[in-house]
Design a protein around this ligand. Sequence first.
Ligand code: NDP
Ligand code: MG
Length: 392
Amino acid sequence: MLPARQSAPYATPSEAPKRVTILGATGSVGQATFRVLAAHPGHFACEAITAQENVDRLIDLARQYRPKLAVIGNTAHYAVLREGLAGTGIEAAAGAEAICEAAANPTDIVMAAIVGLAGLRAVMCAVEAGHTIALANKETLVGAGDLMMQACKTHGATLIPVDSEHSAIFQVLEPHNREQVEKITLTASGGPFLNLPAEMLANVTPKQAVAHPNWSMGAKISVDSATMMNKGLELIEAHHLFALLPDKLDVVVHPESIIHSLVHYADGSVLAQLGMPDMATPVACALAWPRRIALEIPRLDLAAIGALHFSAPDEQRFPCLRLARDALQQGGSMPLVLNAANEVAVARFLAGEIGFTAIAETVESAMSRHKSCKIAGLEAVFALDSEIRQTS
Ligand code: NDP
Ligand code: MG
């Protein structure tokens, strides 16, 4: 459930700071979130932070931003965390359950920035607590979108998109003109291999794949951008967030990543949101919503950029986009299967076990062996996810 556009204005600086819980605090979106918090110490108070492995960074962040609670997912790091926070008054905890508790504890907004379906339990705990959730963790909506959106309604939770394309749509989608929306276009940078000849794709390395031309991101989403699976996941994400049928969702390649997405209306108007490619902007937009807060980041200078370019995506060279579209059309359990096989394949590619083009092959093979069905509940999601991971 998206927030009502007429909602009460967010607290002025004279009121109590907005409490922010950050799931996946040590990652790339986590880093963008701390840049926003650091720019507005009077507006925001860090409530709780979580990570999985990177306990040293978690300790540093806790000491700097002073949350009430810091949680490390891997229980093997608990002693290090407890020792690192000794004398600070910050509570230390460990394990997947503790991350879920951190997500559900009282707060004003939860930044969901864990990578992969691994974030689903924590996001659902935040939803069930009725929280406002700034959602970056797109795999949760891809794998369990119907359940999540239904749970948001049941528990009065609110999702505010953080993914830059969805943040753009959220900002220009007029709630009172929903019937007049003809379609939505997501922009795609095309990733680092946009112009690489098809025959060279099989031999690209993980290092080349994670070197995104415009955005600095975590390894998994960087590979997703290189295969264009990221745009496919984003189509499914948009379908759930904005309740739009697949035929109303379009993709255009725009290598400069300046126009972040567009909404086309029935009168021929097309509304877009523009900005420099910096995740601090959509993070600030989500955290401060419905207000805007200042950020000291480079400003958009269209005259200096000179030209913006657009082209249709090439689904022959980037079959992941076609596979995601197919999964979206089939609906039911198929997007979960697409996501699980992709997570496995991307991890294998990053570990040097398979080549780049084998990512799409792995996903296609998993999808071809699966017959889409309705997923009954969260435990069924986890059961199918683990089955696909074992068989992919
Ligand atoms: P990163 O890999 O940089 O960070 C992932 C975070 O999740 C880290 O804090 C990591 O902890 C934590 N984490 C990893 N595995 C687990 C687990 N099993 N349980 C709990 N926590 C875990 O990812 P990004 O920040 O790049 O991406 C996060 C999400 O946001 C993804 O879903 C991505 O698609 C989405 N997104 C990212 C954008 C970006 O610019 N990076 C843009 C738009 C969306 P640790 O460091 O300890 O391992
Ligand atoms: Mg995006």
